[in-house]
Design a binder for this molecule. Structure first.
Ligand code: TRP
Ligand code: ZN
Ligand code: CA
Length: 435
């Protein structure tokens, strides 16, 4: 019953998506006028991996939370970023009786209300040096950040990078960061890009199936290389994007595979060895600099730079004008009655505009369950979302509605109904912007 309901919902999928990346240009324009980032030197990325390996070797063979190799890794990354002109913040937390560290690096400039953040966990397990998991993501975003500095890139949006502690103990550092970020700061993050394992020795090319704009940006890059990609399915929510996603921030990322086995079909399209794990050294002592596929590392590092440049360069500014917003959470009952969030518009003369910006932020684990409508003060209904998007999480986008036949002043409602059982969520915020 549930399955057939979901299949029929998926069949009806159509494109009402107007700009999923909050406040940003739709991806169509990103691909039409793609910005060209500098080529990321895989040699430089590999040098960072060699340095992380040396740190592990000098500190008992690992870079795990609470061990000296972790703090040395943080100091290493911080030193490079400070020298390159970043504003860095060392955030400390305590876990298992030991001090943990997150490193946050802000590139000065850009719109502070539109932050494009990239992150990777810097800790390893205690069993080994953690070069693929996750020196690879850490080194690639470090090199991307250094490339931003070398280019003196001045994007429209603000760039932030994060290196997380204690991921291997349950996403501890990234949860701490998100939990301690005030709501006003969370809502400024237009997107969070996660990179955890991107140089697997028997690689696959997996793209997270979360925010459609971020996902499409990565797919466009790989399509340009002629490299097929697949959706990441090896344990959704198993990395540091999960805490961001759980509070409604659009997320995306890349992954080259961990302990799952490469199929024959995957070996056919990507090369490598079928019947063998993507990373046979996952969480073990052999996750050294020898455990890296240079081609995968190179392609993924270039894809990161492509996404950072393009997602931060949108020439469109967020809707400006008079904003009416309701940020109270309204829980949406599972397969139940419709609920609403209201805003009262006052002081606007005449009718609503042809381009009323309707900001919708719904945290939900299966947006294919949802019907979302805008209700004008006189009861007119404008459908915004009708059970498209399948199993994707969260709606966080601005719809443009021609509301010119409606009187502006009065109570406007966002109506949300969940029409299938199991997955649930809540309205996080509802916002109308009158230009
Ligand atoms: N560090 C992750 C972990 O140990 C590795 C991982 C497994 C992963 N599956 C993933 C990372 C999927 C990103 C996406 O759990
Ligand atoms: Zn990892
Ligand atoms: Ca549901």
């Amino acid at each position: 019953m549930k399955l057939s309901a979901r299949l029929s919902a998926a069949v009806g999928a159509s494109a009402l998506v107007l700009g999923a990346f909050a406040g940003a240009a739709p991806v169509a324009s990103a691909s039409e006028q793609a910005v060209t980032p500098p080529d990321i030197s895989v040699a430089n990325v590999k040098q960072h991996l060699t340095d992380l390996q040396s740190i592990a070797t000098a500190n008992g063979g690992n870079r795990a939370h609470g061990r000296t190799g972790y703090k040395a890794s943080i100091d290493f990354v911080k030193g490079k970023l400070d020298a390159a002109g970043y504003t860095t913040t060392l955030q400390t937390f305590t876990y298992n009786g030991a001090t943990g560290y997150n490193l946050i690096a802000d590139w000065p400039g850009g719109d502070p209300n539109q932050v494009v953040m990239s992150g990777s966990h810097l800790d390893s397990v205690t069993a080994g040096p953690g070069i693929n998991d996750n020196g690879s993501g850490s080194a690639a975003i470090l090199e991307t950040a250094l490339a931003v500095s070398r280019a003196q890139f001045q994007p429209t949006k603000h760039l932030r990078f994060g290196w997380w502690g204690a991921e291997e103990l349950g996403l501890v550092g990234s949860k701490y960061y998100v939990n301690n970020l005030p709501a006003a700061e969370r809502s400024k993050i237009s997107g969070y890009l996660n990179f955890d394992m991107i140089g697997s020795p028997n690689p696959g090319y997996f793209v997270y199936d979360d925010d459609p704009t971020i996902e499409q940006t990565f797919k466009t890059y790989f399509a340009g290389l002629g490299v097929p990609t697949e959706i990441e399915t090896e344990g959704d929510g198993r990395s540091d994007h999960a805490p961001f996603k759980n509070v409604g921030i659009p997320v995306g990322g890349l992954f080259s595979g961990a302990d799952y086995t490469k199929t024959a079909a995957q070996a056919q399209k990507w090369g490598g060895t079928s019947g063998q794990a993507f990373d046979r050294c996952y969480h073990s002592s052999c996750d050294t600099t020898a455990n890296i596929n240079d081609t995968a590392l190179d392609r993924n590092a270039d894809a990161i730079a492509y996404a950072v440049w393009n997602l931060s360069s949108g020439s469109t500014t967020p809707p400006t004008g008079t904003v009416f917003e309701n940020t109270a959470d309204v829980s949406v009952p599972d397969n139940g009655a419709a609920v609403t969030s209201s805003v009262t518009v006052s002081g606007v003369t005449g009718n609503a505009p042809t381009n009323l910006a309707v900001g919708v932020n719904i945290v939900h684990t299966y947006i294919g369950d949802l019907v979302v409508d805008l209700i004008a003060p006189d009861g007119s209904v404008y459908n915004l979302h009708n059970r498209t998007g399948g199993s994707a999480d969260n709606i966080n986008q601005t719809y443009t509605v021609n509301a010119s036949s409606e009187v502006a002043n009065g109570v406007w409602k966002l109506r949300v109904q969940d029409k299938a059982s199991v997955d649930t969520g809540y309205i996080n915020s509802f916002k109308l912007t009158f230009p």
